[in-house]
Design a protein around this ligand. Sequence first.
Ligand code: IPM
Ligand code: MG
Length: 361
Amino acid sequence: MTSPARIVVLPGDGIGPEVTDAARRVLDAAAAPAGLQLDYVTDLVGGASVDAHGVALRPQTLRLCKTADAILFGAVGGPRWDDAAPQSAVRPGSALLGLRKGLELFANLRPVRVDPAMVATSALRPERVRDVDLLVVRELTGGLYFSKPKRRYDTPRGQAAVDTMRYSTPEIERVAVRAFELARQRRRRLCSVDKANVLETSRLWRTVVTAVGQRYPDVTTTHLLVDAFAMELLRRPQAFDVVVTENLFGDILTDEASMLAGALGMLPSASLGGGTLGLYEPIHGSAPDIAGKGIANPIGAILSAALLLRWSLNNEDAAQAIERAVSRALAAGLRTADIAADDRAPVSTSEMADAIVGGID
Ligand code: IPM
Ligand code: MG
């Protein structure tokens, strides 16, 4: 018998614990029939860790994650910590950034699929969103998020601040390779998004992506400027297959893309590096306004558990079982408050999770 997979669960703050709990139940329900054994270890991150230990991410938590097969992550942050957090070590978001960087998870996969049952819920007209199936590959450990210098300083005329956007050829190359490989498993189209008319980093980005693309002659490569892409994403979202872009552009564009799928709460993500270790989290935040009420949409977290099975545990069947079960629950008309239709009462987080568990075949 193979040894159990080691999953580190980091529920975090706000609705993080609620949606992570739902995801874990669904993960267990999909793992059992697949003969997969999962060992969970739970730890504190974000504001919860600040309260207990004085820092958002302890070194031993990072070490624990390094020895895991996968990390299931909820969300971090909340006004209590964010509003009163001058140093970075006690800002909850720094836990997430520390994990991404510390584990070298440079490729963030954010699939955007519009479920047939959700077509009517989208903010866009049905014919615009039907059959949307794209995959954003966001560079996750470089760019404005991490490059130095990054600081605030005093000047004779008050304060000034600087963030730096830096990319090296190897950083661009490795995420581009990942994106091209993924395009090969899909519809063989790759759109690279940059701001090459203004930014030097984007001109390097375009050069490197073009060079990598020559090794993938079977994949059609296009390049779009980020402002034009933001527009095209709403005008003709069905045209896109794999989209590769730098860190901040990917952050912004995937919140926009979530509106195609109906709500921010629907979208999962996988953060991957060179090996099979991955961190899986919904793209939404900690939603402090609804935390503890049991009404959060768990689907983004549940679909993240499916990605965990796919990318870290190499179990495509179990991953698809979860994705089918989510589709079934939506087709049956179950809706949490964020995606509720006017004519039906919304279900709670745990009712949605129960229905999805029940739909695993
Ligand atoms: C995301 C989030 C994070 C990011 C925040 C919480 C640091 O918005 O994962 O999209 O900006 O990457
Ligand atoms: Mg974001």
